[in-house]
Design a protein around this ligand. Structure first.
Ligand SMILES: [Zn+2]
Length: 117
């Protein structure tokens, strides 16, 4: 791990762990939830850290109750609980939020991701 003072990010925001505030966060699987229209059937497309793509497996867990959404898994190097950052489309607005990891049926993916770089 680098010393925090060695890093200089101009015109960028660092994503920090919502539990401990540490900036050493890593992303994992990215899941995109799309609908064919408002309140339509959800198609879930997940890109795993190894590059494989899955569709419509596991729970839906769309962050948006009526439209599209995105969920990106994150884990903290300090061992905090893995979470997802979500982008929710709702009535023409986009919101950004953290939520507990909702779709990790086997638990194996996050274990593999928690290995140090
Ligand atoms: Zn943390």
């Amino acid at each position: 791990m680098l010393d925090d003072v060695e890093l200089d990010f101009k015109n960028q925001y660092l994503l920090c762990c919502p539990e401990c505030g540490n900036m050493w966060a890593h992303h994992g699987a990215v899941t995109v939830y799309t609908r064919d229209g408002e309140d339509g059937k959800v198609t879930k497309t997940r890109v795993n850290p190894d590059g494989t793509v899955q569709q419509n497996v596991g729970k839906t867990s769309n962050p948006s109750s009526r439209r599209d959404g995105i969920a990106i898994q994150f884990y903290c190097e300090m061992g905090c609980i893995p979470r997802e950052i979500t982008i929710e489309q709702h009535k023409g607005l986009c919101s950004l939020a953290w939520r507990p990891l909702t779709d990790n049926p086997s638990g194996t993916m996050m274990q593999a991701e928690r290995k140090p770089c």
